[in-house]
Design a protein around this ligand. Sequence first.
Ligand code: NZQ
Ligand code: ZN
Length: 388
Amino acid sequence: MENFEIINPVRVVFGKEQWNRLPEILKAQNAKKVMVAYGGGSVKKIGLFDTVMKEIQNDFEIVEFGGIEANPEYTKLMEAVELARKESVDFIIALGGGSVIDGVKFISGAIGYEGEPWDVLERKEGCVFESAVPFGTILTIPATGSEVNSGAVISRSEIGAKRTMGGPLFFPVFSFCDPTVVATLPKRQLANGIIDAYMHVLEQYLTVPGENLLQERQAEAILSTLIEVKGVVDNPADYDLAANFMLCASHALNGNLRCGVKTDWTTHMIGHELTAKYGIDHARTLAIVGPRLFENQFNRKKSKLAQYGERVWGLNGEADWVARKAIEKTEAFFHELEVATKLSEYTKETADFPQYVAKIFEKRDWTAMGEHQAITTKDVETILEACI
Ligand code: NZQ
Ligand code: ZN
């Protein structure tokens, strides 16, 4: 088992309609001027914005900031940074999904940063966020786990970039996780949420077998539960399905599964490039890349794939067969959720894309990825060719 260190200070308020807890929790933070940040308007349509405002508008000064895009855009977020600075905001509430929450993580760090915040995302030498305005989240879509972790992904479409950031400063102070929000989610977002969470588990699990028995079983439990609750896509108003789905998505990326294990985030790294170039939803990029990466890395991953096939899909047989069948089952699961797994089903403009990604990975020095640092940029090119 690998050595590890873990901290997760997020106060999770899980369950139905607990909004009246908000004022007390905000007061405990000494919040006075609160920015409420949200996305393209779904929170207004579903009435959640009004519900939240009713709870907080009398006790706190409110600065509203809407319009954060899916795959949050740097330019838009910088407008929020300017507004928060001008208004001397001392707390931020992210009311939305992964995009709004990630956007707020960036905003909270950029407010006090004197240089050009993009340099931090570019990881220029010496450029780091040294402070963050405290923030909490009100989750509206189970998927990314951003409500319980300290990572964020920020896009800058004018230069085709999607970059990650994070660190201990960027844990939310609190997260309200109310499964009733699932009832209003479109099918597309429900399927996305299941797949994103599923792939978060696989990328922390399909690596080296037998290292950490407890984390393996926990990963398998989340995978099996996600399969069990897939009916939420057709019955989003079923509270228990929704609650289990929400719990799975949070637990898939709250830091627990990575304890003491080797991880391989290459699918996500490649997937971000598909979103940056083609605007494909994050989860859908994972459904395209994941199965092809598992095939490409079959020899390295086969014993863990076989374990996954046996324990999650109930397959029996010779290890190589079970391992291959497990990849097929995974892809079939994505198809069952009506998610396409070929890049050509999203765009016809794929010429040179594999080479382009390989080149930019080379430039970033991402030349030895995966649990054995054995995935090369040539492999990335081959994987992407198979994705088309
Ligand atoms: O913008 P609005 O109008 O709110 O609509 C959103 C958006 O169009 C809509 N939506 C959200 N809640 C809703 C709803 N519609 C109706 N009812 C509701 N209750 O859903 C759409 C997608 O929202 P978004 O926040 O983009 O989805 P998701 O949570 O999947 O977030 C994706 C982003 O998170 C990043 C991704 O790269 C992507 O940018 N990720 C963040 C991670 C993290 N911080 O740990 C890890 C992930 O791997 C991922 O990379
Ligand atoms: Zn993801």
